[in-house]
Design a protein around this ligand. Sequence first.
Ligand code: NAP
Length: 335
Amino acid sequence: MTINHQVRLAARPVGMPDAAVWNLTEEPVPDPGEGEVVVKVDYVSIDPAMRAWINEAASYIPPVKIGGVMRALTAGTVVASRNPGFAVGDAVCGMQGVQDYGVSNGADLTKIDLSLAPAETWLGCLGIAGLTAYFGLLEVGAPKPGETVVVSGAAGSVGSTVGQIARIKGCRAVGIAGGPEKCRYLTDELGFEGAVDYKGEGVAEGLARTCADGIDVFFDNVGGETLDHVLARINMGARIVICGAISQYNNTTPMQGPSNYITLLGRRGRMQGFIYFDYAEKFPAAIADLLGWRAEGRLKFKDHIVAAGVEAFPDTLVKLFTGANFGKLMLKLPG
Ligand code: NAP
């Protein structure tokens, strides 16, 4: 009998999620019912949004229930099928959660072509990270050639892709990231025109140095005071893309909003949030662009893969909030 190792939500966290939030469980791998498939999970995507999913309050999707298997995007392989749309051996991306095996009726599954890219790339660069960067920047940020695009969380999976797409579209890219190694990666390996180390020099000073002519598009992954510093330097007609606010996700005090939002008024700016899956109909065209840029060497992407069982999930998740990840964070499950 094959055992399915799982991570379940034991309690809602206060602040940073610690071990008490999770429960490790084991049960036999179920057989698929009529119309269902069983997927062996190969990669679990570790995403900042997970922190919102385990709060009591609904975010843009309902919270994970206490006792439920932790929700996660996954890449895996169909190992049993009673669904005519899927055959044993199919490679798929889906929402199997933090467990070795998941049962699906197929609604959440997308077949992936491993001859075009490996499974981890479908989960990261061609999946949540690449698509979030692509639609947030191009549809919401609407950058024009010659404009200055600033991105926070810039060395991360979404942020690094945003800056590179901005450059592909003829913009100047400036990234805000934590530490000299991540900043050097932005300028020396990815070609960003500027980088601001928010843990070294102050964000205000760094933006004054790198964005003397102001900021036209800001793609915000971080929120908090970073957003305030950027708003102070926006140009006429600036677009502020609210992608995330990772600096605020573990707050035990109320979320810090922008204190100087009124600069949007004088500079006729716009601030807009988005969720990447709202653009699902356009995913094939976006993936074709991302694949093309990768093939031309114009889009680089770093994976941060932790090869371990599901029991490593709690510690791995925390890496996102301490900046210990460098690239798209994933668990690679054994087998
Ligand atoms: P990531 O950037 O690869 O990893 C998270 C990074 O955030 C860390 O490496 C760290 O980088 C930075 N960070 C953590 N705490 C911070 C703090 N207090 N202040 C400043 N930076 C901090 O993660 P990702 O998966 O690409 O996600 C990036 C953002 O996109 C998140 O806000 C996420 O919620 C958002 N997102 C939104 C959508 C959407 O549809 N709207 C979809 C996916 C992701 P440093 O070392 O540089 O501090």
